[in-house]
Design a protein around this ligand. Structure first.
Ligand SMILES: [Zn+2]
Length: 327
């Protein structure tokens, strides 16, 4: 059984490749954070090492050891600590040494690169050698939410598999049926997850995630009624944060986009589809204060800033312009 929720296209492709013995030596799983890339990668590692007729069975010793992170031939390579900003060349060299040895307990060695976009330039070039001269019995799986940050030469040597956000109902059902979450809460988590099941699971286990989100939304609402000085101070604060942890700023911008999209839905009479169902009164108030054109324009500004940051624009400048364009 494939454990990943949804993703029928990706699973069919991998299953078919295993069936006909045409597995690629390297895959690139692309999709937003928490959409299920790592789960699918571990499932694939199970599938290539499982002895059952329809792998991955999830029950044999090999499948269970991989799920528990104890299988000697399956390794996840990522940031060594939160303070480190890159996956280093030393980590790649160590992987290459490991890859040159035969599998220890399974049939395939599998190396999973979590957040492959964080490979340092030297590490990426070093990895390229392994991709160019694939070893039998070695499977590389690169995971990323930011494909554009990878070297094109790396992307072109991997088979690309895209993981898409899931429908709200699918996430809601899985939360209720597989995790015993109450219907109301499952509905909220599913909507807020933006189609990423892993996020819903994290928020289910950790109350602080929803609290932090509410705090950020309160700041957003305050700012839309605040003066220039306060807005620019916030832009500076975000920009300073960006250099330390860009994912966090991306999260803030996604949150804002969801919020303004909700306002647009309410303006258009589709309020029942809003993401932020726990913030109805604040949404309704703001929807009264701004007209549809203001909301649309700001959504465009938000999208533009996200793209600019992706292309390494000056974060402070981009965020200041965003604050100035907020209605
Ligand atoms: Zn198995």
């Amino acid at each position: 059984m494939w454990q990943v929720v949804g993703q029928p296209k990706a699973i069919t492709l991998l299953e078919r490749s295993i069936e006909i013995g045409q597995l690629s030596h390297a895959y690139l799983f692309v999709g937003p954070p928490h959409v299920g890339k790592l789960t699918l990668a571990l499932n694939l590692a199970q599938a290539v090492n499982c002895g059952a007729a329809t792998p991955p069975c999830g029950e044999c010793i090999s499948c269970r050891r991989i799920a528990a992170g104890k299988h000697a031939d399956v390794q996840i390579i990522g940031l060594l600590s939160e303070e480190r900003r890159e996956i280093s060349i030393e980590q790649i060299r160590e992987m290459q040494t490991g890859a040159s040895l035969p599998p220890f307990e399974g049939r395939h060695k599998v190396f999973i690169f979590d957040r492959a976009d964080l490979l340092s330039h030297e590490a990426a070039n070093c990895l390229l050698k392994t991709l160019e001269e694939p070893l039998p019995q070695v499977l590389l799986i690169l995971l990323t939410a930011r494909e554009s940050a990878l070297l094109p030469t790396i992307v072109s040597r991997c088979q690309r598999v895209e993981l898409r956000p899931l429908p709200v109902n699918l996430i809601k059902e899985a939360l209720i049926e597989d995790h015993g979450v109450a219907a109301d809460r499952a509905e909220l988590l599913a909507r807020l997850s933006d189609g990423c099941f892993g996020w819903a699971l994290l928020a289910m286990q950790d109350e602080k995630i929803i609290e932090e989100r509410s705090r950020r939304l309160a700041t957003l609402v305050d700012l839309s009624y605040a003066g220039l000085k306060q807005r620019l101070a916030y832009a500076a604060e975000l920009a300073a944060q960006f250099s330390k942890n860009r994912e966090e700023i991306e999260e803030v911008l996604t949150l804002w986009l969801q919020w303004w999209h909700d306002l647009l839905l309410i303006k258009g009479g589709d309020g029942k589809f809003v993401t932020n169902i726990d913030q109805q009164s604040a949404l309704l108030q703001q929807a009264k204060d701004f007209n549809a054109k203001q909301v649309m324009d700001f959504i465009h500004h938000l999208q533009a800033v996200s793209e600019q940051l992706e292309q390494n624009a000056n974060p402070r400048l981009a965020l200041e312009v965003l604050m100035l364009s907020m209605p």
